[in-house]
Ligand binder design. Structure first.
Ligand SMILES: [Zn+2]
Length: 125
């Protein structure tokens, strides 16, 4: 393994926050979708079209995309778990951007080495 010193301070920070999140918190790779619904009770206003506000979480279950209804008692939990995923995603993006910078630097180096080699060949005939 390479030394941690290769990372900038902000990248190190993002990495440790990501590790902590993933290590400690449950998360759902999905998004919250408001979805009004009918409760099914006889005589309720929802039967006249005044629907109850509800919440679904849209996510993949195996290969399929699904909308899973969130009961009110679990709304806070669903919001927290989706928000943890979004935070982790943003940190992943941050680390990816930093990695991309390193990758492009590596590409630049390869290009310079190739140029130097061609130059050498030319000067030696
Ligand atoms: Zn109702």
């Amino acid at each position: 393994m390479r030394h941690r010193g290769q990372f900038t301070r902000s990248e190190r920070f993002a990495r440790s926050r990501l590790a902590k999140l993933v290590h400690e918190q449950p998360f759902l790779c999905g998004s919250l979708v408001p979805l009004n619904r009918v409760c099914g009770k006889e005589g309720c206003k929802c039967n006249q079209g005044e629907l109850h506000p509800g919440l679904c979480v849209a996510l993949r279950v195996g290969e399929k995309r699904k909308m899973i209804y969130v009961p009110q008692a679990l709304e806070a939990t669903a919001r927290r778990w989706v928000s943890t995923y979004q935070k982790a995603w943003r940190l992943m993006e941050e680390i990816s951007q930093a990695s991309l910078k390193r990758f492009l630097k590596g590409k630049e180096k390869v290009r310079e080495q190739r140029k130097a080699k061609i130059g050498e060949r030319r000067s030696h005939g």
